[in-house]
Structures are given as C-alpha cells and as structure tokens.
Design a protein. Sequence first.
Length: 157
Amino acid sequence: MICITSAPGGRDLPGLADQERFGSKGRPVIDRTEHGRQNSGPGNRTHWKNTILAGLANYIDAGSIVAGAAGLTLWTTMFHLSSSFVGLIGAISSNAISAGIGALVGGRLCDKFGRKKIYQWDMLLYAFGLLFIIFASAPWMLLTGYVIAGGGRRRCA
C-alpha cells in the first residue's frame, strides 16, 4: 500500500520508486489500497460532506447573479436608472470588481485567521449586502449592496 510519499522533514521513504510515489506531473500519488481502489479512511465521509457544502455555496453566488439580472429591469423602471448607472452596477456587482477586491483582502485573511472563520464572516457580510439590495429604496442602496455582497463572497481558495 502506498501511503506517504515522504517522511516528515522531507526525507524520502525507502522502498518506493519515483514512478510509484509521483504521478506524471510530479504530484504525490493518491493513497490507494493494494487493489487499486482509493483508500476510504475515517475522514472519507467528512470529505464528501465538505465537498457537497462547498458545491452548494456556488448556488448562492449564482442565485445573486441571476436575481440581480432579473431585477435590473425592474430597478431601471422603478428608480429611472440611466444606462451609465446600470453599467456601473454591472461593473461593481458581486461577480466583478468588488469580488476581485474581496479576493485580495479575503485571501490574506484566510491565511492569517483560518478558512472556516473567515468563510463564516464572508457569508454574514454577503447576507448583509443582499439585504441592502432586497430592501433598496434608492439607487445608492443598490450600488452599496452589490459592493458589500461582492466583498463577502467566498475568498478562501
């Protein structure tokens, strides 16, 4: 069974040839049993749970993008928005400039404080941004909501 590719401290383990330890791109080989199946260790259920939860977070992002696009027509007529302001909302939306700025800041925070803690704060910030958008009574509230929601999207990659 191939379990570990190197010992702590970077020392190579005896008995494993380089072809067995590293794939074609130099990456460590996945832990496999004698029969070639992936090892289903005690953390396997936890890994599936985390993978599903991370995938569901993408639905949250997609929901805000689709809802924003659908609501843009209503907001344009309700608030009498100019085409320049609509373009500004699109440029600063939660999928554009504010998301990039949030990624720069949030990535560093994840490294410093931990991914789980920062992800929870990101979701709270994202929710506040969406509340600004939902209860917007003026165009500036739409813009502010998109900036906050964009800064609160997932940043820990």
